[in-house]
Design a protein around this ligand. Structure first.
Ligand code: SAM
Ligand code: SF4
Length: 334
């Protein structure tokens, strides 16, 4: 198999960023991520073992993957999460993690040993009652404390904030105020439609609305548009006098598919070439049979659609008959 082309799709996009979901379990129940009734969990024998995760990750790294992000579900609830993190840390990639932050204190040393420097934490409200409402759990103080712990320990921290109209859009300025004295990046994420998350266009806070809110608070010449890194899904900004920065991720109103370099592996060993695609390629049975997974990877990449899993216009993207065929976010790994 050609080294250079395995991870290239038919549009020439090269995929060097692998996002691995290591569990479908979570200690929160965020309304936009998980249906109220929960999801049918995959039986353990059908989930990737630590050895299988490492084997698949090594395969991708040998074909050019340079960055791996661990996600879930909540990656830190998996019993062998430390072992997985430490072993992935030896692959020489840029290893990162997205977590709800609750279990972070148990992992500070593991992160350091594995060479993790950047941690994304999800927090959608700075008001305890609202945080509890959206997560359907009661961990607000723990998460706030653990954000500070990560900063004190020298990690680069980004806060993921999913914006929902009339719920937390009135906190945009409060989140940006955090960047005045803390060296963090706030990432405002447009609410995306997935199976069972009660998505509705009327709940969307768009890229344009976020900017409008920021501009109503700060003078135009105090707002700096930063240069985005290549393949960055976020448009980056900063208030000039602040230490930290903020960004907007606009998958709904302004998708970034043309520069997409991501591929996803679900906890049950399925390859998803797009967050929004409902077509998946199972690697696990083939891996367990001892056969090569390379042809499956190649076929999966070649079937990648140009835009959002083939939902190339708003009417398709916002059609519940289409997006409900995809998994819930908790079972994809955001
Ligand atoms: N449990 C970890 C966490 O919450 O950070 C990792 C998994 S979570 C699925 C990954 C990211 O996806 C989180 O930042 C979460 O806010 C985001 N997310 C989940 N559902 C979403 C949705 N419907 N629209 C936008 N972002 C979503
Ligand atoms: Fe759990 Fe993260 Fe989904 Fe919230 S967003 S339910 S913390 S996986």
């Amino acid at each position: 198999m050609e080294n250079k082309t395995l991870l290239q799709d038919s549009l020439g996009r090269h995929h060097d960023y692998l996002r691995i979901s290591i569990t479908e379990h979570c200690n929160l129940r965020c309304t936009y991520c998980m249906p109220e009734e929960g999801i049918a969990l995959t039986p353990k024998p059908h989930l990737m073992t630590a050895d299988e995760i490492i084997h698949i990750a090594e395969t991708f790294v040998s074909f050019g993957v340079k960055k791996i992000r661990l996600t879930g579900g909540e990656p830190l609830v998996r019993k062998d999460a430390k072992d997985i993190i430490l072993r992935l840390g030896k692959l020489g990639v840029n290893l990162t993690i997205t977590t709800n932050g609750i279990l972070v204190p148990n992992f500070i040393n593991t992160f350091k040993e594995a060479g993790i420097k950047k941690v994304n934490i999800s927090i959608d409200s700075l008001i305890r009652e609202k945080f509890n409402q959206i997560t359907r759990r009661n961990y607000f103080d723990t998460v706030l404390k653990n954000i500070d712990l990560l900063l004190d320990e020298g990690f680069q921290v980004k806060l993921n904030v999913v914006l929902i109209l009339d719920f937390n859009d009135n906190e945009i300025i409060d989140f940006i105020a955090l960047t005045q004295y803390k060296n963090i990046q706030i990432r405002f994420i447009e609410f995306m439609p997935f199976s069972g998350n009660q998505w509705d266009k009327s709940k969307l806070v768009t890229y344009a609305q976020v900017l409008e809110t920021v501009q109503s608070e700060y003078q135009l010449n105090d707002i700096e548009r930063l240069i985005d890194a290549p393949n960055d899904t976020a448009k980056n900004f900063k208030i000039k006098s602040h230490i930290g920065s903020f960004a907007i991720i606009s998958s709904v109103t302004n998708p970034f598919c043309s520069t997409c370099n991501r591929i996803r592996l679900t906890a049950d060993g399925k390859l998803k070439n797009c967050l929004f695609s409902n077509s998946e390629t199972s690697l696990l049975e083939t891996l367990r049979s001892g056969a090569s997974i390379l042809p499956l990877i190649k076929q999966n990449l070649l079937s990648k659609k140009a835009v959002r899993g083939g939902m190339d216009d708003d009417s398709k993207f916002q059609n519940p008959d289409l997006f409900s065929k995809n998994r819930s976010m908790i079972a994809i790994g955001g």
